[in-house]
Design a protein. Structure first.
Length: 341
């Protein structure tokens, strides 16, 4: 109920999947209005360099951008990401309509993209599936955005869900696809930023949600699954982490070593970031599986501030030296790619 309340009151109408095609104006620009389908606009793109402009409204549909839509820009028509909401409510354990099984974590995503050079800006991507509405489902991962493909850029985007909000992945186990998130707002509870990509978050706001459970930790912000050969995993820089939950209820991260890639060596650096009291400052990291303790992973911090960044037990909070920090910047992670704001 909380998510649906959050998504009401947006300007424009609600659009069901399968509505009419987008209205094209201009040579490489498609406009999507409340009577149209975002997916129809994606399907109409015929080559690189197209822009899809989505006008204010709440679009209840799934959007899938395939790899052959390279260089696509998807953006809201206004500068306020709250004006345009693309939302759906599949979960890992949701049964597919054709009876072929459940969606799985990746398949639950409201928004999926494999397109290299994708830019998404000035809109909201959400998955409003709620555990309380479906007590019979145990696969409670419900992804808002599942992105894989090199040079993916999210600018001023809101990403809303609970478990597994943002899945930053790569096109293959041996690919080091780069993703850049700037001025984004990301909220969730369990592992809500996770995956194998080289992903940089700059000037972003991470928000941990309140959960009506008795156990702690109630969740984790990050769950990287970086390939061992990749020197760069997830980097959060000049960002902030706040919480709607009580003090110390959340962990900063835990490592994810997938069963299909047991050689993974998760990497996470959080630097120059304000960490609020919702994060357990004494023990900010935990294990996903005891066989892969977080202490053996590439977890580190640098010059963080705030009550959740206080170093009370030094061995629980690995810190970079100034020299080491020079290798953990947007420039070093993104290499020859320079995304423009």
């Amino acid at each position: 109920m909380r998510r649906r309340t959050l998504l009401t009151g947006i300007a424009g109408g609600v659009v069901a999947a399968g509505a009419g095609p987008a209205w094209a104006v201009g040579r490489r620009v498609l406009h999507v209005r409340p009577q149209d389908s975002v997916q129809a606009a994606v399907d109409a793109v015929t080559g690189p360099g197209w822009t899809i402009v989505v006008h204010p409204g709440t679009y209840r549909q799934v959007v899938d951008i395939p790899a052959d839509k390279a260089g696509l820009t998807l953006r809201g028509a206004t500068r306020d990401p709250r004006d345009v909401v693309i939302v759906y409510d599949n979960a890992n354990g949701t049964q597919k309509p054709d009876g072929s099984g459940t969606y799985g974590t990746a398949g639950s995503a409201t928004f999926t993209s494999a397109a290299p050079g994708l830019t998404v800006r000035d809109l909201t991507l959400a998955n409003d599936w709620l555990r309380a509405d479906h007590p019979e489902i145990t696969g409670t991962q419900a992804v808002a955005a599942y992105t894989y493909g090199d040079r993916t850029h999210f600018e001023n985007v809101r990403l809303l869900a609970h478990q597994d909000t943002l899945f930053v992945e790569t096109t293959a186990l041996d690919a080091f696809d780069r993703q850049y998130f700037h001025r984004c707002y990301i909220e969730g509870d369990v592992d809500f930023v996770f995956g194998r990509a080289t992903a940089v978050f700059e000037d972003c706001h991470f928000r941990t949600l309140r959960r009506d459970v008795t156990f702690t930790p109630k969740g984790m912000v990050f769950a990287p699954s970086t390939a061992r050969a990749n020197p760069h995993g997830i980097l959060a820089v000049r960002s902030r982490i706040t919480s709607a939950a009580e003090d110390g209820a959340y962990k900063l991260a835990r490592p994810w070593v997938p069963s299909y890639e047991t050689t993974a060596w998760p990497s996470l650096v959080v630097r120059d970031t304000r960490i609020g009291s919702g994060i357990d400052a004494v023990a900010p990291y935990t294990n996903m599986r005891e066989a892969y303790p977080w202490q053996t992973m590439r977890f580190a911090e640098y010059r963080n501030t705030g009550p959740g960044a206080e170093i009370t037990v030094p061995e629980n909070r690995p810190q970079l030296t100034a020299a080491e920090a020079e290798s953990h910047t947007k420039k070093t992670y993104l290499g020859d790619w320079r995304p423009r704001a």
